[in-house]
Design a protein around this ligand. Sequence first.
Ligand code: ZN
Length: 339
Amino acid sequence: MDPRGFPTSLPEFQTVFPTDEACAKYLEAIRWPEGFACPKCRQSGEPYRFPTRSSVVLRCRKCKASTSLTAGTVMQSTHTPLSTWFWGGYLVTTQTPGQSALQFQRQLGLSRYETAFQILHKLRSGMVRPERDCIGGEHPVEVDECFVGGRTSGQGGGNHHMATVIGAVEVRQRKDAEQRAVKHRQNHGGEASLKKLVYAGRLRLRVVESRDTKHLVPFLMASIAKGSRVRTDGWYAYNGLAELGFSHDRLALAGDPEKADQHLPMIHLVFSNLKTWILGTHHGAIARHHLQAYLNEYVFRFNRRFYPMTAFNSVLGLAARAVPPTYEQLYSGAWVHPV
Ligand SMILES: [Zn+2]
């Protein structure tokens, strides 16, 4: 379990959500952390319960109005059991790399591919929400472009089947960076490697028409807070960043890959993992017009990798609801409805 009680392994997950009933209990606790209150007449207190496999209907004892636990979530009006949805939500948010529909069907033990496809599609729809807040600020940002998808061999060697993707990632200082550096000097001498002192913060990725200024700059303006320190290579399209209000840290790499990795290690690692994911999970076969959706999914998972519970609630459509009790509270019996 992580500190907030979210399962960090599949066996743990199965212990926390073994049945449809356990899933229903979680939904109820998220919606009514203080205990059930009728949405219609505001009456609080234990309702009548009518469980099915795919939802639970709660009926007010006073006005007899019914409320479905899955109303307003991605699980609304489906026949798939709650436990399958929960399992699916866990897989898409925590498994690296993400799932293809076929892998997903096998893991969920579903007999029909179409069911797996639909569930996966609905869970993913909770991932494509564009993230509008700017990254950077106190954290420096690495920016670079890469080519994604398609194969160049045997097709004239050009890039015409590949798409250009621009990315920006925050470089965050570890809280204990100074201690780590001191410890490293004591044990090994010299400077601690950058990798040990910093980690990747929030990420943004966008498919762009080309590497021209007119395509790269709008992404930077929309994604990075003014005044942030922005690291790029010497590509001419980034020439005007200082005039646009960024603190530009530009390095002419002249094709030296070692220098590039020293200057832009985070974004290069992101691109490398992104390409592996696309090749491995999707066999590189992503249509150009779907690519942005996949980038959004990748960014969603990346940005929430330290917050699996937030990601899980988001894909199930529960994020807009009240702050849930922790799983520990729920399943240790410590959590009780206040009277
Ligand atoms: Zn009522």
